[in-house]
Structure formats: C-alpha cells, structure tokens
Write a protein that binds this ligand. Structure first.
Ligand code: DSN
Length: 483
C-alpha cells in the first residue's frame, strides 16, 4: 500500500501557493481563509443548506474570468471579448440540461433568490400583458409605499401566487412580504396536515381552485419529505397556473437520481429554479431550468433582473455539474438520504419527536419542545458543544419564526465528509445528550427565557470532544494540507 504525502498533492500546492500570493498583499485575508478551513474542519456541520464543494470547484472560481463583464447571453452580449465566457456558459448549460434532462438551462443567477426572480419575471412576461408602469402611477421604485405596490400589483393584473407556508417549510421568496415576491404578487399559502405533518394534496387543490394563482410554487427549505410533482402539475393545469418548482434544497437528490419519476420536478414543472451550492455541492449560485416555451424570457434575466453574470462562478458551476454527472455522485446522493434516515431513526429511538415522524430526503426537523426548549435555546446549546445547526419554525409553531420550536438537521455536508449511517447514529446520540442536559434560562423579569439556556456542567466539553473524535475519522479536504 502506498501512502500519499498529503502536503505534496496538487491540491495542497495550489491552495498554499494561492494563499502565499494573497498573503503578500493582505496577510489578514490569507489568515482568515486559513482559519475558515480550520473552523470548518472542526465543526459538526448539520446545516441542511450547506455543503463542501470540491477543490476543483473552488479552484475554478479563483481566476481572471472574474474580471469580465458579460451581460446578455451566449453569442449576444452587451460587451465585446466574451468568447471564453461563451464557452464556459455553454458548457455549464449543457451539463445542466444533460444532468437534469431539461430543455433549457440558464446558469447566470447569482443566488436562489435571483433565480426565483428571473423565473417570476419570465412567467409574468410570458403570460401577462403589462400596461406601462407610468399608467399605474408608479414613481421611483425605492420610494414605493404600500399604495404604490398596490398600483404595481394592479399594473401586473393582480397576479396571484400559491406556495407552501413558511412554517410548513416554504421559503421567503415564495410570495412572503419580506421578499419582493410578496409585493409583486397576492400570496396565499398551503400548509401541511395537522395530524401527519405531510403535504395534503387535496388541500392544495382546494386552495388552488379557490385562489386561481398564476404561479403554483412547490419546493421547500424545511420540509423533510418528498413532494409528488406529478400531482402538483395536475393541480396547476386544472386551474391554469404555471407550475414552478424551487428545488434549491434537493437539487443534488434529483441530480443523483434519488428523486425520480413523480418526485423529479423537471419533467413536471414548466420552470424549475435552484441554488448550486446546497445538496448539488457546487459553488454559491443559482440556476433556472425551463421548457422551451419560457427559454427566451428566462434568458433575459440579465440585465432584466440580474447584475452582470459571474463568469468565474459559471466556470465552477460547470465543474460541479460535470462532477454530478459521475456515477459517484449518485452514490453520494443515496448516502445523503440513507444518512438522514439513520439520523432521524437515531433521534426517534432516543425519544425525540420529528416533524412528520421522519424523513425521506436530506433533512429532518426536530421538535425540541419535548426537551422543554425553544429552537433558539437548542441551537445555542448545540453550538456550544460544537454542533452547528439552525433553528427553524415547525408547523403552527407556538414560538413564532424568531424563537421557534424546531431545529433543522441536514446530512449533505457530513456525508461529503464521509460519515456513514453509524456516524449519524452517533450524531443523534450527541444531539440528544446535549438537549437532555440543557434547561431554559431565566429572563430579567424572572419568567422562563425563550433565548437563554443553562447547559449542564461539563456537557459542552464532553460532547465537543466526542464530536471531534468522530470528525477526526472523516477528515475534511484530506488532500489539502496548508502546512
Ligand atoms: N438559506 C437557505 C436555507 O438555509 O435553507 C434558503 O435560502
């Protein structure tokens, strides 16, 4: 057996050299970059929306493509000299089309929010005759008050969007007021069944019949189950809506062929958006897939709603999508789901309550009220013990969206690190042992606090030590040794 010297790998040489060059200009930034990999190596990351991109993906971003403006689309740019950007964007789009079986792919969005905005605008442009905005009396966009938004919505024909409610796991960009989608559209939400926590398709159908949305949006950031997109399309067709799926969270499971048939959104939705950095394991960014009928409108994303494309990130998207087309990625996606099940089973066996009773995707939603805690308290206590999660509302959450009663747990990142089902059972043990030994703090008023907590003596140190032992068995970026 040969033992490779990790300090001599091409990856180590590449990152070390890059950091040396950065250090020559601003050493504090080189230090911060070095510190970040150490922090990531040391943390048990269960944030469902995060992952670890490969060295090839990371390296594809650090180059002179960053210097290029390329507004427009392939072959039709507002700037000269985009020959190589065209090459990169075409390769990324080709990989995306092939990987997902989509008619059209638009790889420019900088984030999931951007991708959703491109999609909303494309559907509006395709389906709505827009009278001039001046007719609606709209002045400067920054000055828009409630009445102006009302006029803008009227100018758009009072369009409606039906999406999953936030506490059932929907996303802010699916028509909620803090996001512009909630100002452009009248919004209504569908929730989940109060008993089972599962999506109730009959209730979605009833809401769609009554509300008659222009866009029926499916997709989630905290729903731990699969969605049947065939049924969602039937509902959309019945009421004349466009079905849009935001697959940001589960794109990796679609790419990895774990979600197929009725659970693959691409054959069913007219338009699909995603981020590229979550379960898909690419660079931070977004993407839109659509059928040919929407392609022209989607391609107007920049400059209609997006700033200049980021060609260096499109290069990294192409690399990540090429990786996702390898058989190894299908194995990865299957392990993400198997591991989520192992984590959910491990928690349930120890007496914890999970929303919907389990998971069949990459995440589980733990109701921490059984431990007598709010999500905020649980999040803090787990972090003290080296376990990184995020608090999340659960359906009909009595603690609201700030304190919450839930903790969202995802497996994509630690699966990339190589943890197996046994490892996730140990993670369940660590989580349960922290939460069992955490009690709510007391507010200044003397009442129980929703924010502060008291962690049992020595618990943080003990669990952090066990988490470190587990992580040591699964090194992060093993081929990157910064010395
Ligand atoms: N921030 C992402 C998440 O954590 O799910 C969604 O926008």
């Amino acid at each position: 057996m040969t033992t490779e010297n990790m300090s001599a790998t091409p990856e180590s040489t590449a990152f070390r050299t890059a950091l040396d060059v950065v250090r020559g200009v601003e050493p504090r930034i080189a230090d911060a970059i070095g510190a970040e990999i150490e922090d990531q190596r040391a943390s048990l990351k269960l944030i469902a929306s995060e992952n670890y991109a490969s060295p090839a993906v990371l390296l594809a971003m650090g180059n002179w493509f960053s210097d290029k403006y390329a507004e427009g689309t392939i072959g039709r740019r507002f700037y000269a000299g985009c020959r190589n950007v065209d090459t990169v964007e075409a390769i990324a789009a080709e990989h995306a089309r092939e990987l997902f079986g989509a008619q059209h792919a638009y790889v420019q969005p900088h984030s999931g929010i951007d991708a959703n905005l491109v999609a909303f605008w494309a559907v509006l442009a395709q389906r709505v005759e827009l009278p001039a905005l001046e007719q609606a009396g709209v002045r400067q966009v920054n000055d828009l008050g409630e009445e102006d938004w009302e006029r803008l919505r009227k100018a758009l024909g009072d369009q409606r969007m039906l999406g999953m409610s936030l506490d059932a796991g929907g996303h802010l960009t699916h028509g909620f007021r803090p996001n512009i989608s909630g100002k452009m559209f009248h919004q209504r939400s569908y929730g989940t069944d109060p008993e089972t926590g599962l999506l109730d398709y009959d209730a979605v159908r009833a809401a769609a019949r009554e509300f008659r949305p222009l866009i029926l949006i499916a997709g989630y950031s905290a729903y731990p189950r699969r969605v049947n997109f065939r049924i969602m399309r039937e509902i959309a067709d019945e009421v004349g809506a466009t079905l849009m799926v935001d697959m940001a969270h589960f794109a990796g499971l679609v790419a990895g062929k774990v979600l197929t048939g009725d659970f693959d959104p691409v054959p069913h939705a007219q338009i699909v958006t995603t981020t590229t950095h979550k379960s898909l394991r690419g660079p931070r960014g977004g993407m839109v897939l659509c059928d040919d009928s929407l392609a022209d409108q989607v391609d107007r994303g920049c400059p209609m709603v997006l700033g200049g494309p980021l060609p260096h990130v499109m290069a990294a998207k192409a690399v990540a999508l090429a990786e996702a087309r390898q058989p190894a990625f299908q194995d990865y996606a299957q392990r993400v789901v198997d591991n989520a099940r192992a984590l959910a089973d491990g928690l349930t066996r120890r007496g914890a309550r999970l929303v919907t009773g389990g998971t069949d995707n990459h995440l589980a939603l733990l109701d921490v009220s059984g431990y007598g805690l709010t999500g905020r308290q649980a999040e803090g206590a787990l972090l003290d013990a080296g376990i990184v999660t995020n608090r999340n509302a659960i359906p009909r959450d009595p603690n609201g969206a700030w304190y919450t009663s839930g903790i969202r747990l995802g497996t994509p990142a630690l699966t990339t690190r190589g943890l197996t089902a046994d490892g996730f059972d140990e993670v369940a043990e660590l989580i349960d042992s922290v939460l069992r030994r955490t009690t709510p703090g007391t507010a200044k008023s003397g009442k129980p606090s929703k924010a502060t907590y008291v962690l049992g003596e020595g618990v943080a140190k003990e669990v952090a030590g066990r988490a470190a032992d587990l992580l040591d068995k699964h090194p992060l970026y093993p081929r990157v040794d910064l010395g």
